[in-house]
Design a binder for this molecule. Structure first.
Ligand SMILES: [Zn+2]
Length: 225
């Protein structure tokens, strides 16, 4: 892009971008430390402490979708087995719902065109009391709740924000994740952490990417540390 346009180009993972946007304009404002978890076809996170986004040594900090939550579980596209995103992403919810429907369970999701089912649809159906959708959400929430508990115990954040296409849908998912996290996290850091839905929504990734560019440009103008 830099060569083709003759302009500076920067790259950021969309959920890290969302974390930056939440830090500046959303649920991370006025908060010392928080973790934003984006749930869509995959899962990844942004760790923000004292206003700084944690990048890691090689820009992969926050890849919690590849934290193993079931040793020997289903194979992930990264080649390992039992990764969080194979068990708790929107794609995982949709695949599980399709399996339950194929096994004869009745669901409002059957009305969707074959192959078009997404995690967002499963969340929306759960809000209407669809039992297949609720079962899929509960399975995913158990895995995500385990990961959230371990994050809370490790990082002691003020908040954990759930977002992305699945995380931002109004559904019982947030409450289910909170319940599972409460079972597994250390009590003291858990009592300090609020688990909420992200405040910004769909445009948060783009907003955060704009923040990244402005930060870099301003540091060039004003002088960086
Ligand atoms: Zn993986």
């Amino acid at each position: 892009v830099r060569e083709a346009l003759g302009l500076d180009a920067y790259v950021i993972n969309r959920n890290r971008g969302s974390g930056l946007a939440e830090a500046r304009f959303g649920g991370g404002r006025g908060v010392r430390g928080f973790v934003y978890i984006g749930i869509g076809t995959g899962i990844s996170a942004a760790f923000v402490f004292d206003g700084l986004l944690l990048h890691g040594s090689s820009y992969s900090a926050g890849e919690i979708g590849h934290v193993v939550v079931e040793a020997g579980g289903p194979t992930c596209r990264c080649g390992k087995r039992g990764c969080l995103q194979v068990l708790a992403s929107g794609s995982a919810m949709a695949a599980r719902a399709a399996t339950l429907i194929a096994s004869g369970r009745s669901s409002s999701l059957e009305a969707l065109p074959p192959g078009s089912l997404r995690g967002e649809d499963v969340c929306a159906a759960s809000g209407r009391g669809d039992e297949v959708a609720l079962a899929c959400l509960e399975e995913a929430a158990a895995r995500l709740g385990l990961a959230v508990a371990n994050i809370i115990t490790t990082y002691n954040p003020d908040k954990v924000l759930l977002g992305g296409p699945v995380g931002q849908v109004e559904s019982p998912f947030l409450e289910m994740v909170r319940g599972h996290a409460a079972r597994w996290a250390m009590d003291y850091p858990f009592s300090a952490a609020r688990i909420e839905r992200g405040a910004i929504g769909e445009e948060s990734g783009a907003l955060g990417a704009a923040c990244l560019v402005l930060d870099r440009k301003l540091s060039l103008v004003l002088g960086s540390k």
